[in-house]
Design a protein around this ligand. Structure first.
Ligand code: IMP
Ligand code: MG
Length: 185
């Protein structure tokens, strides 16, 4: 795989800005869930870095859970609209205060289906915390309670977000230059 610097267009959100905002979100969540039965549900794999940083900023007791859904495969950058659970939660969410932790909401199809599927299990409450919101791209309404950053309609990577499954480890959010990414070395 190529060094990300060869197709990096710009760093959209540097590490310090991300961490500062995540601390604010954690404080807000800690206030809102003081007397609740909080369970953070991370949607794999993109949400994992956000979850692990966010939970360190949440001061109230909480459980964590993971699930994975299929949105789109390698090479296809549009979400299909058809979503299925590829890895389900291990624990019950009945009567829990569930907070979905997502990396990015784009068309909204993925999260809208996840919300519909989880609501059938009767959680006490179900809300969404997303790090990034590509609001211009929304096709289906998704209720978002906590949002880190509204970003323009550009394909981003880093901090959990991938390009063809790589580069999730970078500590910042960057914009890809797709021409350079596709070009041979
Ligand atoms: P949606 O169903 O269109 O809202 O797609 C949401 C999913 O698409 C996210 O959970 C991401 O996995 C992926 N996605 C959307 N935009 C980007 C992007 O700019 N970079 C990387 N992944 C993205
Ligand atoms: Mg994702």
């Amino acid at each position: 795989m190529k060094d990300y610097r060869s197709f990096l267009k710009e760093i959209l959100i540097p590490e310090d800005v991300l961490q500062k905002r995540i601390a604010e979100l954690g404080a807000e969540i800690s206030r809102d869930y003081a007397d609740k039965n909080l369970m953070l549900v991370c949607i794999l794999r993109g949400g994992v870095m956000f979850l692990t940083d966010l939970m360190r900023k949440i001061s109230v007791p909480h459980a964590i859970e993971f699930m994975a859904v299929s949105s789109y495969g390698v090479g296809n950058r549009e979400s299909s609209g058809a979503t299925r659970i590829t890895l389900d939660l291990i624990t019950e969410i009945y009567d829990k205060d569930v907070l979905l932790v997502e990396d990015i909401i784009d068309s909204g199809h993925t999260l809208a289906s996840v919300i519909e599927m989880l609501n059938t299990r009767k959680p006490r409450s179900l809300y969404v915390c997303t790090l990034l919101d590509k609001v211009e791209r929304r096709e289906v309404a998704v209720p978002i309670r906590y949002s880190g950053f509204v970003i323009p309609n550009k394909f981003v990577f880093g901090y959990g977000l991938d390009i063809d499954d790589f580069y999730r480890n970078l500590p910042f959010i960057a914009v890809v230059d797709l021409e350079k990414y596709k070009a041979d070395p």
